[in-house]
Design a protein around this ligand. Structure first.
Ligand SMILES: *Cc1c(COP(=O)(O)O)cnc(C)c1O
Length: 241
């Protein structure tokens, strides 16, 4: 990284933190209640370290192999590491002991695989349940109507701790910025909260990315996952003219 690139990254981190804080205040909430997760996919260890130096406290990684490689390079030192991507059951073993939270548990099957591996290691793994709030056929996650059964099954596992919900709504519509989906997620979240399941804590509502994180905070998110606004466009997002 050149000094110039580092400076630009620092400025983007500062700007995103400010925007998160402002969105919290506007929503009548304390900025300290909101967790900013930097989505680090496709950014190398040097960039991730530079972001942490600039003030990032939580990193969210998408791919197991990429996480392992960067972990070996101490990319996440100084920050909390979480997993936010699609996860195959046979890769779960590489995450336990490395990540504090697996945000993307979109099926009972995956939850059970995590529980099994965590039990083997004698640890308790924090997870979020991923909700397919847009009910998109091509997307992973539990449809809201299947959440109750999933919570009953997974909360019975001593080696799992459900800490909240995560959602990736359809690509943000420029006008509504997904506020309809975010509001629905907030209602689902409150509904589960009031049911007071044993061994379940609704601490985190993780929703909102670069294009819509301020709207998500306005609608009740207390965890946002931001990549592009922090790191700039990823290689595949740059469309040549
Ligand atoms: C990449 C990614 C993000 C961040 O997306 P941006 O639009 O770049 O902010 C958030 N959540 C998940 C699960 C992601 O894969």
């Amino acid at each position: 990284m050149t000094e110039q690139e580092k400076k630009e990254l620092q400025e983007r981190v500062k700007s995103v933190i400010e925007r998160v804080n402002n969105a919290a205040v506007q929503a009548g909430r304390d900025p300290s209640e909101i967790t900013l997760v930097a989505a680090t996919k496709m950014n190398d260890a040097e960039r991730v370290q530079a972001a942490i130096e600039a003030g990032i406290r939580v990193c969210g990684e998408n791919r197991v192999q990429e996480l392992q490689e960067k972990y070996e390079q101490n990319a996440y030192d100084g920050a909390d590491l979480q997993f936010i991507g699609t996860l195959q059951t046979n890769k779960v073993k590489y995450l336990i002991g490395k990540v504090s939270l697996i945000q993307s548990v979109g099926s009972v099957h995956l939850g059970e695989a995590i529980a099994k591996e965590a039990e083997k290691r004698g640890v308790c793994q924090d997870i979020l349940l991923e909700v397919n709030i847009g009910r998109e056929a091509a997307k992973s996650g539990l449809p809201p109507e299947e959440l109750h059964d999933a919570i009953v099954k997974l909360s019975a596992k001593k080696s799992l701790h459900i800490r909240g919900l995560m959602a990736i709504p359809p690509v943000a519509d420029e006008k509504t910025k997904n506020s309809n989906y975010f509001t629905e997620m907030r209602q689902v979240f409150i509904d589960i909260l009031t049911k007071k399941y044993d061994n379940v804590d609704m601490d985190y509502l993780s929703m909102g990315m670069t294009n819509d994180f301020e709207t998500a905070i306005a609608c009740g998110a207390n965890m946002v996952r931001v990549g592009t606004a922090i790191f700039g466009k990823r290689p595949y997002q740059i469309v040549s003219p």
